[in-house]
Write a protein that binds this ligand. Sequence first.
Ligand SMILES: Nc1ncnc2c1ncn2[C@@H]1O[C@H](COP(=O)(O)OP(=O)(O)O)[C@@H](O)[C@H]1O
Ligand SMILES: [Mg+2]
Length: 377
Amino acid sequence: MADVVLKGIHKSYGEVKTLHGIDLEIADGEFIVFVGPSGCGKSTLLRSIAGLEDISAGELYIGGRQVNDEPPARRGVSMVFQSYALYPHMNVAENMAFGLHLAGYTKAQQRAAVENAARILQIEHLLERKPKALSGGQRQRVAIGRAIVRKPDVFLFDEPLSNLDAALRVQMRIEIAKLHKQLAATMIYVTHDQVEAMTLADRIVVLNAGLVEQVGAPLELYHNPATLFVAGFIGSPKMNFLEATVVSGNAQSATVALPQGTQLQASVDASGVVVQSKVTVGFRAEHVELVGAGQAPSGNVLQGEVMAQERLGDLTYLYVQVPDSEHLMTVRAHPSVDAAAGSRVWLHIPEQWVYMFNAEGKAFARHAVSGEKGGSR
Ligand SMILES: Nc1ncnc2c1ncn2[C@@H]1O[C@H](COP(=O)(O)OP(=O)(O)O)[C@@H](O)[C@H]1O
Ligand SMILES: [Mg+2]
């Protein structure tokens, strides 16, 4: 059991600066997920916590102990890699026991730890097999088993499910959530999978170019992204964005004009906003209401032409060209919707679901829709 505290963590590889001062407090037993675009420093940060990379500046505490200069084996952490990294000439039991063997545990202690981990992961029947006789999912379980036997205070996972097929990923995701409950250990987990991040995390840390962009509960980030970057990163499909100019604003709402003159209202706190200033407005595919021409509400409607549709059975996605943007707007519609390319559609965007960001990419606070989780701030 241990909390993890990062204070001003910097990491450079020679001239290349990768982490620019990461401050983060992770509570004992918390499940933390790091997300961010490729190359933003997720693996570097995880490896720095593990002790596989030297920290260039800053302080790292695990369980209240500063561990900057401790070797990996003395930090109470275990890391699980995407590549599994199993020894091909050892069977499953030997692979799992190897770290304990190096640490000087007796044969009996090794056996007890391996059997316990194998039971938790339901791989007892595989203990005698070599890695090449295992499926990808089984190999990943062994890799997790190897971490469990060490009884670490902190588990570190670097995209552990990325090499598995979609069905297996779902299964292992649920297993990892169960494992977290069962072991009550602190877990830090890197992924680029939106669903893994949203479902596993107590809190998500969004990283951008070596800095923390925002930290929060999954639905808090979904409902109230603090920046344009987080708004575009959390949620799938990606949020739709439009350039706009402020027409008016107060504490209750803002009115903006799109390039072709269409006006939109946003329920945001725009007190102090400068009229005529440039902003970006955003809305999510799932918040658009498709309306018939005759029934279109008078406000907050974009008219457009369907360029493509995807009918997935449980829902339909429309990709819509609106006059006010060169980018296509993504709209999630009812599965019964069948709007072939060329159809004209009217998109109503309820003003509670219109996001607004200033020229620096900072969000204006939204007024939460009632009942919305993580909505108020
Ligand atoms: N051993 C290394 N030497 C030099 N640069 C590195 C090394 N490892 C990572 N980097 C650089 O650090 C940055 C962050 O990499 P990484 O942490 O692997 O990103 P992520 O895991 O978020 O995709 C990248 O620009 C990468 O090229
Ligand atoms: Mg990585």
